[in-house]
Design a protein around this ligand. Structure first.
Ligand code: GLU
Length: 293
């Protein structure tokens, strides 16, 4: 029997929702409703220097104004340190995680010396300097031993494959500044919350194989994945907080919801109708579209 459907929207409270993040929120909500499941919201506030005070509450108000209300109290990753520490310990005890002494410039130098310099704008591939031990240096970060290629089927994008060792190498689980890496926190919490289905923006699709490897290392089940199309600005750039995407005003959330629905290929509902009616119609359409998955 398939595990009970649990979905989640997991924003980083580094700013309010923009048009792109609303698409992911709406899709994950619709998918949970269409499967008769539970929909959770988790605030991914591990990267404290990037978090903006009040942004989490603002996001929740924006979601509520769009009719998207979580079925259980919101989890805040900043209160989950003990769970992340335990997972890291488990990986270290199993020999799957190791301390790394390398600074960013050490890594760039090692890549240059190996004839594979880092290309700006791409992931830095860790050359494995500390894999065999620290050689008297002082550990700063903790990394996962990564090996192999991951195949997975994305419900929207179809069959996917990534050679994780080649794409990123041994990935960081705990950063040199003492903060938990996104990968560790997201994998630990998805399992702890019994998440069966991850529905999120396509910009995170290439993180999926990394998360699958980490799930395997921790002995956790693999959720199903669906990555939604990105919203682009007029110059074709993906909307993001970093690129200055405008916040969605709370009083405009019904309009914003219709724009998000259009990105997902859902038909317009006259805007005189309340958000709840539009949502109910879209759930029916979504359920028919994804009947078999
Ligand atoms: N917190 C991540 C972000 O806002 C999303 C994590 C996820 O959905 O897995 O980009």
């Amino acid at each position: 029997m398939r595990q009970a459907y649990v979905g989640r929207f997991a924003p980083s409270p580094t700013g309010p929702l923009h048009a792109g993040s609303l698409v992911a929120a709406l899709a994950s909500w619709l998918d949970a409703r269409a499967h008769g499941g539970t929909w959770l919201v988790r605030m991914e506030d591990t990267d404290t220097p990037r978090c903006v005070p009040g942004a989490g509450e603002h996001i929740l108000a924006q979601l509520a104004a769009a009719g998207l209300v979580p079925d259980a109290p919101v989890w805040w990753q900043s209160s989950r340190n003990a769970a992340y520490a335990q997972a890291l310990q488990q990986l270290t005890n199993a020999g799957l995680a190791y301390p790394c002494a390398c600074s960013r410039s050490d890594i760039e130098r090692a890549l240059l010396a190996a004839g594979t310099p880092h290309t700006p704008g791409t992931d830095t591939v860790y050359p494995g300097t500390c894999r065999a031990g620290l050689q008297g240096r002082v550990g700063r970060a903790t990394r996962l031993r990564v090996q192999g290629t991951v195949d997975w089927v994305d419900r929207w994008l179809g069959q996917q494959q990534q050679d994780v060792a080649q794409a990123v190498g041994d990935m960081v689980l705990k950063r040199a500044d003492g903060l938990w890496a996104y990968q560790l926190a997201v994998v630990v919490d998805d399992a702890a919350q019994g998440v069966s289905d991850v529905v999120r923006g396509e910009d995170l699709a290439d993180q999926t194989p990394r998360q699958i490897l980490l799930q395997q290392a921790l002995g956790q089940p693999r959720p199903r994945y669906l990555h939604t199309p990105l919203v682009r600005d007029s110059s074709g750039q993906k909307l993001s907080k970093q690129s200055g995407a405008p916040a969605l005003p709370v009083e405009r959330m019904t309009d914003a919801l219709h724009e998000a629905a259009a990105v997902l290929g859902l038909p317009p509902v006259p805007s005189s109708h309340p958000a709840a009616e539009a949502l109910a119609l879209w759930v029916t359409i979504w359920a028919a579209r994804w009947q078999k998955s």
